[in-house]
Design a protein around this ligand. Structure first.
Ligand SMILES: Cc1cc2nc3c(=O)[nH]c(=O)nc-3n(C[C@H](O)[C@H](O)[C@H](O)COP(=O)(O)OP(=O)(O)OC[C@H]3O[C@@H](n4cnc5c(N)ncnc54)[C@H](O)[C@@H]3O)c2cc1C
Length: 417
């Protein structure tokens, strides 16, 4: 988009057939009232670059995203935390102190953690989120109720493995920022319609064309058998490593790319005979415990979000770091999720269901992971992707910022001749 706006003609080689990459609409959706996505996505009010990109593409965020104050609530109301419409930072303290389902000691411990991290400019000494919790003496019940679900949702990595630095970066930009930054933004359209379709309309899209070969020259790059002034390589790290391998001086970058590992996310969509009885919010927390076969973490009201007919209600369950779920045969995994729903909500008859598991949903956000800059040893070839050094975990905002940084690097390279 930034390159298009700078006056360049942009050609996109896309291995798939739909715009959006990991955040795309799936083609098969028989039995459902609206297209299914590769996975339910949550955006945050803090996603400033993403929201600006949508506006630039005339996709009004207020129309296409459901904005609600940060709300974490179990279906039965045993836990309920909501950031009130108060000026920052009062909204964070009020949300934590007013949380139902936490003892006073737990609420105060949560406030103490936020205060202490604020004082350190959100730069923790701890390596993992579990280390951070221990260092700040966060009670187990508080970790289970609040920090663990937030960590899984934000980093797609369990607290034992997740980078405390990346977790704190997300907390900083949502809790220690203007109140709107902590809002949850839930898509009201399929993910390709959110903005990728509009971006694709401005480019020469070559769908179904997996790039197989790159060759760099001082002032051009060959993509398979075509020559371009410059290239943004915006594919996942393993694919980038393979494409870069034959280039001169590629070994250091390849070493960095080889260090990434990936974790799955599962999305289970159901069509029901009747609506669910009680929704405290369009997105509610489930009580997961993978060791006990309860994998579902969040439940979304697809009917309300997508404006479907209330006579044909649909719901979506999300499973982050779905390693245990992905190891089960697909039918068994779907049965386990349905059984969990039966235990936690009064589940009406299920008319249709579809479980999608993206096995490489995001990179594992572990401590010490070296993430490459968008610049490479070759001035006319830059990298882009949520896995570059964005300071964010593998999320949409990171991908958008990375793309913008890549475009800026190329514009500079052109200016330098
Ligand atoms: C199930 C799921 C749930 C998620 N939930 C959230 C969420 O709630 N909030 C959030 O912010 N983020 C979420 N994410 C992460 C978010 O989707 C990603 O951060 C974002 O889409 C990454 O964009 P990208 O451009 O970096 O990479 P991708 O979207 O992976 O784009 C890479 C593209 O390269 C193409 N490609 C690969 N190889 C080649 C080749 N050789 N030639 C040509 N094309 C090629 C691929 O087809 C793909 O279109 C989720 C991801 C998944 C999978």
């Amino acid at each position: 988009m930034a390159l298009h706006d700078a006056g360049h003609a942009v050609t996109v080689f896309e291995a798939g057939h739909t715009p959006g990459g990991r955040a795309q609409r799936l083609s098969a959706h028989a039995g459902f009232g609206a297209p299914l996505d590769n996975g339910q996505h949550i955006l945050l009010g803090a996603y400033s670059a993403t929201l600006a990109l949508m506006r630039r593409l005339h996709r009004n965020p207020a129309e296409h995203l459901w904005r609600l104050p940060l709300t974490l609530a179990t279906p039965n109301g045993s836990f309920h935390l909501r950031a009130p419409r108060l000026p920052a930072p009062l909204h964070t303290a009020a949300a934590l102190l007013g949380a139902r389902g936490l003892s006073w000691a737990e609420r105060l411990a949560a406030v103490r953690l936020v205060r202490s991290l604020q004082r350190r400019a959100w730069r923790p000494d701890a390596a993992t989120v579990t280390d951070l919790m221990r260092e700040h003496r966060q009670p187990d019940a508080l970790v289970q109720r609040l920090w663990r679900p937030l960590c899984l949702a934000a980093l797609n990595t369990t607290t034992d493995a997740a980078s405390a630095a990346l977790f704190c970066a997300v907390l900083r930009d949502t809790l220690d920022a203007p109140r709107e930054a902590s809002d949850l933004l839930l898509p009201r359209t399929d993910l390709s319609a959110l903005w990728p379709d509009a971006a694709a309309a401005l480019c020469d899209m070559r769908y179904g064309h997996p790039v197989r070969q790159l060759a760099v020259r001082p002032d051009a790059v060959d993509v398979d058998d075509e020559t371009f002034d410059a290239v943004v390589l915006a594919v996942p790290p393993p694919r980038a490593a393979r494409l870069l391998a034959p280039l001169p001086d590629a070994s250091a970058l390849q070493h960095t790319l080889d260090a990434f590992s990936f974790l799955p996310i599962g999305t289970f969509t159901l069509r029901l005979a009747r609506p669910l009885a009680h929704w405290p919010a369009p997105m509610v927390m489930l009580q997961d415990d993978p060791a006990q076969g309860r994998h579902g973490q969040w439940l979304f009201d697809r009917t309300r979000l997508l404006g479907l007919r209330s006579a044909d209600p649909e719901i979506t369950v999300v499973v982050s770091d779905a390693t245990a779920l992905a190891a089960l045969p697909r039918g068994e995994a779907a049965q386990a999720l349905t059984a969990q729903l039966r235990a936690e909500v009064h589940l009406p008859e299920v008319l249709a269901s579809k479980l999608v598991i993206d096995k490489h949903a995001t990179f594992a956000a572990v401590p010490g992971l070296a993430r490459p800059d968008v610049r490479t040893p070759w001035p006319r070839l830059v990298l882009a992707g949520d896995w570059t050094d964005t300071g964010y975990p593998g999320v949409l905002e990171g991908a958008v910022r990375s793309g913008q940084a890549a475009a800026q690097a190329l514009v500079q390279s052109f200016a330098q001749g």
